[in-house]
Structure formats: C-alpha cells, structure tokens
Design a binder for this molecule. Structure first.
Ligand code: ADP
Length: 743
C-alpha cells in the first residue's frame, strides 16, 4: 500500500540539513507498514549518503540458519564501485571487525592504516571493496542481541568521523533496527500462522484416513513441511514389532533423489548412536556435525555419506509407551541452527505422524483380528452374528449364506427380519428383547432355510454390555439342532416305551396282590348279593335291609373300580403329559394300590405329607412309577427283617423353591460304595430283578430338572430322596425351555 511520504521540509527550521533529514527519517519509520520498510531503508541510506557525501551504505543481517554468515539485505552505492557479495562469511572476510560489531561495538575507521595488525584480513577485505574510510554500527533493539550491522563508507577519500556524526548514524541504525525487528516479528508471526495452518491442514487430512492411505499422506506431509521450512530431507523411521527390534526407515522426502539410499536402511548400521538416543526418547538437534560427540563417529560418517549437514530428530512416542519410531529433519545445502521455536514446530509434526501411525497400527490390528475372527467363525458349523440395538446386523459369518442364502457382507446393516424372514423374527423377538434388557438367553426356535426345509435351531443371545450396564448390541450364536431334535424325539419315544414296559413288568410282580385287591370287593359283592337274594326269598322282605345291602354292593364295586382304573392308568401307553401334579396324591394312590401287598408282607407303611406342598411340573403316571418303584424296592429290602421291624415312612416337604420327597425303609440298607452303582441300568442284587427300576426313576426325575439320590447305612435301612422344582417358580423366573434337557 502506497503511503504518502512527509513532504521534505525545505524551510529553514533552525536545524542543519542532516539533522532535519534525521528528524524526517525517524518520523517516517514510525508505524511504517512492514512491507515498505525495506524500500524506505534503502531510500534513507541514499539520502544519508547524499546528505553526508558518502559513497556507500550497506546493511547486513546475521544468517538465521548458518552461524557466522552475514547476509547483505540493503545497499545503496553508485554503480561504478565494486559491490560486496550477498553472503559474507565473517570468518573469511572481516573476522576482527565482525567480532567487535557483533559484540555491540561501533567502529569508526577514518583510514585503513588505523586498523591494528590483527585486522590485516579485514583491511584487505575493505580494500577489495574500495572502502578507504568506514563506519560499522551494530543493529540491535534495546541493547539486546546484535542481529546485523549498518555500514557507511567513502571510497574516494579518507574521512574523519566526528563523534556527533557517529552518534547520529547510531541513531539511524537504531531506527532501522527497530523497524527491521518489527518487520521480523511480523514475519515470524506470519510464518507461524502459515505453519500452523499447514499443521492443521495436515492433521485434518489424517482424520478418518483409511489405514492404506496413511503412508502416502505422511510422505506428502513430509514434503510440505520441508518446503515450508526450507528443509532438505525428512526421514521417518519405525521400530519393527518382531524381536530383536530394529529401527528401519519407512518414509522419506528429499529435495533431490541423491545419493542412493540402501534398502532397507537399518539405524543400527548407519546411526547406532542416534538410535540409542531415540530409544531413550531423547531429541537430537545438531546444527553442525562437529557438535556430535566422539561416540557418534559412525553416525557422523553416515551423515557425510548421505550429504547431511545438520539434523534434528524426534522420537515418536505416545505417553509413556515405548517409542514407535523416529522422525528426522535434515539440512543438506548448508548447516542450520535449530531454534527452540523450530524444534517446537517440528515436534508438532512428529506428534501428528505418531498419532496417524498409532491409529494405522491399531486399525491394522483390528483388521487382522477381524480377519482371524472371520476365518474362525466361518469354519464353525454354526450361525454367528452381532446385531446392534436396532437389531441390525454388524457382523455375520458365512453360515448365513448356507442357511438363508444371504451374503454375509450384504447382510451387514440390514435388519434381522429382512435377512431371516418376518416369521422367524417374530418367534425370536421375545428372546432378543430379553437380551437387549441385559440378560443372556438360550432358546429353541423353528426356522425355514432358504430352500424351504425346516430347521430346528438352538439360539444363544448374549448381550454386549458396556460400562455402566448399557447394552450396545447382542452376540448371536445359533446351532442347527434339527437332527439332534429328531434323535431326541426318537430317544424319548423309546424311553417312554421302556418306562411303560417296566411298569407292566412291575404290575406283573404285583398280580397276586392286585388279584386279591379286586377279589376282596368282588367276594363282598357276591356275599351281599346272596344275602339280598335270601331276603327277597323271605315272606316279607325288609326293604331297608335290602337298601343297605345294595349300598354295600355299590361301595364295593366302586372299590374294585378304583383299583382297576388305577391299574389301567399305570398300564396305559399314552402320551406323556406335562402338567402341575400334586405329589402327595401321587403317593396316596400308589400306597392304596400296594395296600394288600404291604399287608401280606407284614409291612407298616406310614406317611408324613406336607399339606402345603406346592405342585410340581411333570407327568402324573411317570411320577407314580417313581413312587411305586421306590416303595416296592423298600418292601423287597425288608424281606429278611423281623416282621415287627418292617416299616416304611413316606415324607414330603418344601425346600427353597422346590419340594423334596423321601421314602425311608428299615431294610438291609446299601453297602458303602454302592450308592451310585444301584442307579446304573441292569444293576440288581435280586434273583428275579431286572435292575432297571432306579435307572428309570433317575431318568424321570432328571428330565424334570430334579435330582434323585440315596442316603443309607448298610444294615440300617435306606432313604431314597428326590428333589423337584415347584411348578410355579420354574415357569415364572425364566422363559420356558422348549425341550427339557436330556440327562
Ligand atoms: P431291581 O429292583 O430290579 O433290582 P432297581 O434298579 O430298582 O432294580 O434296584 C437296583 C438295586 O438297588 C437292587 O437290586 C438293590 O440291590 C438296590 N436297592 C434298591 N432299593 C433298595 C433299598 N431300598 N434298600 C436296599 N437296596 C436297594
């Protein structure tokens, strides 16, 4: 932006022309926009030279990146005299003068012969550029670090520099220094802003970047950072996972593709000292290879081979975890200092790369483990999936293809009814809802395959519960149990037949007693009928007597009918019917059936039945079979006891959420060590025994989720107990199992 310069005041204002010029210059530079400072400095140099009849003014700045180097930034001189070079190494040209000026001293040299002997090199350099008389003034702000020098020179003659003039020129230097420092600050701010924008752009690129694109993005970012900061080479190294760990270069940017680099490049071979430092998480910032310690001789050699003059390397690490690699920035064209500001910026780059690499690694790990999971789940002959809380598939194994004809990949994101059909979904729904409430469920379901064949499935739904109990989804596992169920049905049929056969056999044993049981009422009926006939044959039949006789006949008939119907029930080969059964009445009926048998054996049967016994879930006939077997075994066990001691006690009581029944006898008991053997099929100690009774009893009780066991002491009787869940608690606390488990 052009800015109108203050009008040169030609009026006489009491100031001499140079003083007026100084006043003008100092006003001009106040608030001068940074973009105009350079031009105005050169213009001011010209006006000062013209005003004081000087031949040349130069302004030098110390190089930021190369120590000891001065850069010529502003010059005014007539074209005919030789110009100094743009870059001047003070060590080679003006070692004596530069040392003083950079230490903050102004040098005013009227003639070159004034210079001391140790300034020979300086004298020669002044001569080379035609200076016969010169003033060198340090540039610094508020006596801070010197960052340059302002010079004035006369080439035509020698010239005395008065103290006042030197002070006035120092004032000029002060004005320039302030302006340049302001410009520098603005430039730094601008650079910082630009770098921060670059950084935020780079980090934005890494967000959500798929793992296979991270490497390319890193190389691109390496190039952009190097270009932005004037760096020549950026190398990224990574520690290998396999032991022994190596630090291998994986990403590189170079401003030129030379010299060739070995592949792979192992830090152990080329930079052993640096590798050790990085492993210990130290940052290395070296302006000159000469700054490296002796132990780093191999590193120095490698740096030279690869044309590197300065280096700044950061370990790549997250928190306290072991470093995952290293990031090095290098200068190849000239040595360069690594200021705190630049180190901080580069460290930010290192952090961005670290995060990107860590994310890439964890995503890769995830992909790996998902691949492994897929391999495993696909190899299993079961259906495996994961659904989210909207009941949409997030993972499916290949069984979905075989069962429902749905590609596992295509199933992802689709809802359960879409994939397996609305009908199956409706039957699974209550169980899925239960899993969503946080409870694992196991259930049997009937589904249809893609080809229309029916499929029996045992499904397990396990909720995926996050912290604080929030359900995130459900793991689903389903097994094809069609064949197992068919086998199970077959088994049940055979089992029922066996149970029936056993009942018939048991009844066979009881024929004598049962015949007696029926004969008794029959003979009572007969004698009553004969008595009635006698009454009727008399002259005046007593109708009241006859009525009583008929009542007796009806009663006896009912008694015989009872026995027969109980027998029929036990011998019936009907369907197993599961319902709530009162176990007390089961025992009562069986005791009634065995009444004669017991009397004949001289056995006293007594009962202590809990009147508040809850019902159990089961098949009445099967439970009667259990009671019958236990009682008959008890009777058998007492055959050798004196009649007076033959006692059987039946007890029932409630326990926890179920009932317990016990049949205790005073028989011979069971020898120690045999209390499990007796439940095995075909185990018998009786000459006519089959050895199936207890085995059948145990199957029946186990099928009803119960337990049958014996408590005994040899010679002192045995007590057979069984425990069953009460009908109400079983159906109330969990969803009904579709089929009771097999033993
Ligand atoms: P079986 O009655 O045909 O022998 P079980 O399976 O009913 O078949 O019984 C197996 C064996 O268990 C019997 O032979 C007997 O040795 C033993 N046993 C069963 N009940 C009793 C009991 N109450 N007291 C003593 N031993 C018993």
């Amino acid at each position: 932006m052009a800015r109108s310069k203050p009008k040169r005041n030609e009026k006489r204002d009491g100031l001499r022309p140079f003083e007026r010029l100084l006043a003008e210059i100092s006003t001009l530079f106040i608030d001068l926009p940074a973009g105009e400072i350079d031009d105005e400095i050169i213009d001011a140099q010209r006006r000062i030279c013209e005003s004081l009849d000087l031949d040349r003014s130069t302004l030098w700045m110390t190089s930021e990146s190369v120590p000891g180097m001065l850069v010529l930034t502003h010059i005014h001189q007539p074209s005919e005299i030789p110009s100094p070079p743009e870059h001047m190494n003070t060590r080679d040209s003006f070692p004596w003068a530069a040392e003083r000026v950079l230490a903050g001293e102004t040098l005013a040299v009227a003639r070159m012969t004034e210079l001391p002997a140790e300034a020979d090199l300086d004298r020669e350099s002044f001569g080379r550029y035609g200076a016969r008389s010169t003033v060198l003034i340090p540039l610094s702000v508020a006596r801070g670090k010197v960052f340059g020098a302002l010079t004035f020179a006369v080439t035509r003659e020698e010239r005395r520099w008065s103290r006042t003039l030197v002070q006035q020129l120092e004032l000029v230097a002060q004005i320039f220094a302030n302006a340049l420092s302001r410009k520098q600050t603005e430039k730094l701010l601008e650079e910082r802003l630009q770098f921060e924008m670059l950084l935020s752009d780079i980090s934005a690129r890494f967000v959500n970047l798929p793992p296979d694109r991270v490497d390319g993005a890193i190389e691109e970012a390496q190039r952009r950072v190097c270009e932005s900061l004037g760096l020549d080479l950026c190398a990224l190294w990574q520690w290998t996972a396999a032991a022994p760990a190596s630090l291998i270069m994986t990403h590189i940017y170079r401003f030129r593709e030379e010299p060739p680099l070995p592949q792979p490049m192992d830090a152990q071979e080329f930079f052993p000292w640096s590798r050790e430092q990085l492993n210990r998480r130290n940052i290395i910032a070296i302006a000159s290879l000469a700054d490296l310690p002796e132990e780093a001789a191999r590193d120095v050699e490698s740096y030279r081979t690869f044309g590197i003059k300065s280096t700044c390397v950061f370990p790549l690490a997250v928190g306290n975890a072991a470093p995952i690699g290293a990031l090095g920035f290098n200068a190849m064209r000239a040595e360069r200092e690594w200021s705190d500001a630049i180190v901080k910026r580069l460290q930010l780059v290192a952090e961005i790369f670290t995060n990107a690499l860590v994310r890439k690694r964890s995503q890769n790990d995830l992909i790996q483990s998902e691949r492994r999971l897929r391999l495993i789940t696909n190899a299993l002959p079961v259906l495996i999936s994961y659904v989210d809380t909207d009941l949409r598939y997030r993972f499916n194994n290949e069984a979905y293809q075989a069962w429902f004809g749905v590609d596992p990949q295509e199933a992802q994101g689709r809802s359960i009814p879409e994939v397996i059909g609305e009908r199956f979904f409706q039957s699974a729904r209550p169980y899925l809802q239960q899993a969503l409430s946080g409870e694992p469920v196991q259930c049997d379901l009937e589904v249809e395959r893609a080809d229309g064949r029916p499929l029996s499935v045992e499904a397990i739904y396990v909720p995926d519960v996050a912290e604080q109990g929030v359900v995130r989804g459900i793991y689903v596992m389903a097994t094809d149990v069609t064949e197992r169920n068919l086998a199970r049905q077959q088994f049940r049929r055979l089992q029922d037949e066996l149970f029936h056969a056993a009942r018939v056999a048991t009844m066979g044993e009881l024929t004598g007693a049962l015949a007696h049981e029926i004969n008794q009422p029959l003979s009572a009926i007969m004698s009553n009928a004969q008595a009635a006939r006698r009454y009727l044959a008399g002259p005046t039949p007593n109708l009241n007597e006859l009525k009583e006789i008929l009542n007796d006949i009806i009663k006896e008939d009912a008694r015989a009918g009872d026995v027969i119907s109980r027998l029929r029930a036990l011998l019936k080969k009907g369907r197993v019917e599961m319902r709530a059964v009162d176990l007390n009445s089961v025992f009562r009926e069986v005791v009634a059936l065995l009444d004669t048998h017991a009397v004949r054996g001289g056995i006293k049967v007594s009962s202590e039945l809990d009147p508040k016994l809850p019902p159990v879930q089961g098949d009445r006939i099967q439970l009667q079979q259990v009671a019958l077997n236990l009682l008959l075994n008890a009777f058998d066990a007492m055959q050798e006891c004196p009649v007076s001691k033959r006692r059987v006690l039946i007890r029932t009581w409630r326990q926890d959420f179920g009932i317990v029944a016990a049949v205790a006898d005073s028989g011979k008991g069971i020898p120690a060590g045999d209390s499990e053997k007796i439940f095995k099929a075909f185990y018998t100690t009786k000459p006519e025994g089959l050895g199936m009774g207890l085995s059948i009893c145990r199957s029946i009780i186990t099928n009803l989720h119960g337990r049958l066991w014996v408590e005994t002491t040899s010679g002192r009787g045995a007590t057979f107990c069984f425990r069953l869940p009460a009908a109400t608690t079983r159906s109330g606390s969990r969803p009904p199992a579709c089929t009771p488990p097999l033993p």
